[in-house]
Design a protein around this ligand. Structure first.
Ligand SMILES: Nc1ncnc2c1ncn2[C@@H]1O[C@H](COP(=O)(O)OP(=O)(O)OP(=O)(O)O)[C@@H](O)[C@H]1O
Length: 325
């Protein structure tokens, strides 16, 4: 079944998940998840262990039926029309195995044949294209068992691309890759997104996703906590707090007293000639604070802010899970 197209001015989401729920017996692994991803995005799904990422992906890739909900990928209702869905989706599971006794080229040609991708010359051409896409052409004659982890990931990605999926779902594709291999993967994914494909990629390490994705969402205990750009997600998670260090040429104790009386300033301490404090106000209020210090005649040498990294926020999320379980 193909869902009817929306009006021309509204781009149809490439990924449209509505009220998705996955239960394992009494346990709710995915809880009322709704999400729309526009075409051409490299979209990240981040969450601690057990958040429900793989369960979501298994539903999207037709490997599992949800308890309820709807999933529409590139206009195809995944739960109603499994065959069309499998043509639309390419899935690369975490640590996908490769057969050790085949060479890379043979492995890819085998799958091109299994997918029924045209005549032998057409299949060979497609294999060459996919190898080029993810920069593994030079590995064609290498035995799969001799591939490094990063090479294996790219070869499996080439296999995943063979049938020209419009939506690519990659479970932890960057785990264990070195920075160079991650860069290659990132470039390959960006190239694919430029062709209009949509990439949905999971990780429990935010920095991996932040460098690869145009936007992302955060999942925890089966629920969506936030989605958008990294900055939007940070704000949705309510972490606008920052630590400010004001370095003064003199009168730092007086400055500390003045600062301590300001709203949004907390946990203030003096470290040598520096006053360090937490600040929960807006950017405007922060600018007022700086201006105020100068107006009061304090000789401000430097004013530095440090926001808790997004990784810190996720660690907090995971820790609060542990505390409440
Ligand atoms: N077949 C199953 N039977 C029972 N519970 C399951 C099953 N598969 C997953 N779960 C539970 O569902 C929850 C979500 O698991 P899932 O694998 O979707 O999480 P994840 O976010 O992919 O985790 P990870 O980052 O550790 O791979 C976990 O608490 C897990 O124990």
């Amino acid at each position: 079944m193909t869902i009817s197209d929306p009006p021309a001015h509204v781009p149809r989401p490439a990924i449209d998940i509505r009220d998705l729920r996955v239960d394992y017996g009494d346990f709710v692994a995915v809880d009322d998840l709704s999400l729309k991803v526009p075409p051409g995005e490299v979209f990240g799904l981040v969450g601690p262990n057990g958040a429900g990422k793989t369960s979501t992906f298994r539903v999207l890739t037709t490997l599992m039926e949800p308890t309820y909900g709807e999933v529409i990928l590139d206009g195809v209702d995944v739960l109603e029309d499994i065959e069309s869905a499998r043509r639309v989706v390419g899935y690369m599971p975490d640590l996908a195995p490769v057969p050790g006794d085949l060479k890379v080229g043979e492995f890819l040609e085998y799958y091109a044949s299994a997918y029924g991708l045209g005549s032998l010359p057409q299949r060979r051409e497609r294999v060459v294209e996919c190898m080029e896409e993810v920069a593994v052409t030079d590995l064609r004659e290498k035995w799969c068992k001799e591939l490094s982890r990063g090479q294996t990931q790219r070869v499996v990605l080439a296999k995943t691309l063979l049938h020209r999926p419009r939506v690519l779902i990659l479970d932890e594709p960057a785990s264990g890759l070195d920075p160079l291999a991650r860069r290659d993967l990132r470039n390959a994914l960006r190239r694919l997104a430029k062709t209009g494909a949509t990439v949905f990629i999971s990780s429990h390490i935010l920095s991996e996703l932040a460098e690869m994705c145009t936007s992302l969402c955060v999942m925890n205990r089966g629920r969506l906590l936030a989605s958008g750009t990294v900055e939007e997600v940070r704000q949705q998670l309510g972490n606008t707090e920052r630590t400010i260090t004001a370095s003064l040429l003199h009168r730092h104790e007086e400055a500390a007293e003045w600062l301590a009386a300001m709203p949004a300033v907390h946990e203030l301490r003096i470290e040598g000639s520096q006053v360090v404090f937490g600040f929960k106000g807006t950017d405007d209020e922060q600018a007022d604070l700086m201006e105020g210090l100068v107006r009061e005649g304090f000789r401000l040498r430097a004013f530095e802010e440090r926001r808790s990294s997004f990784e810190d926020i996720l660690v907090e999320v995971a820790e609060s899970n542990r505390r409440s379980s």
